[in-house]
Design a protein around this ligand. Structure first.
Ligand SMILES: [Zn+2]
Ligand SMILES: [Zn+2]
Length: 69
């Protein structure tokens, strides 16, 4: 599903830093590219799984490992 604009209803208005947003319970939708205040795990707008934590280090490690020849 795609963004239909309804996420703006839940848009987080706090302007604090990104890490603070997650701590405040705000979540980011990678499809809508927006922080929303929503208790569920899934975006109420597009249905995508929301990010609840800052980027994990594991991903970076995987990437660097795959580059080793
Ligand atoms: Zn949306
Ligand atoms: Zn969304």
């Amino acid at each position: 599903m795609q963004c239909n604009g309804s996420c703006k209803t839940f848009k987080a208005t706090n302007n604090s830093a990104e890490y603070g947003r997650y701590e405040q319970g705000q979540k980011r939708c990678p499809t809508c590219e927006i922080f929303i205040e929503w208790e569920g795990l899934w975006c109420p707008c597009c249905g995508r799984l929301l990010r609840t934590k800052p980027r994990a280090r594991k991903l970076k490690n995987k990437l660097s490992l795959s580059r080793i020849r």
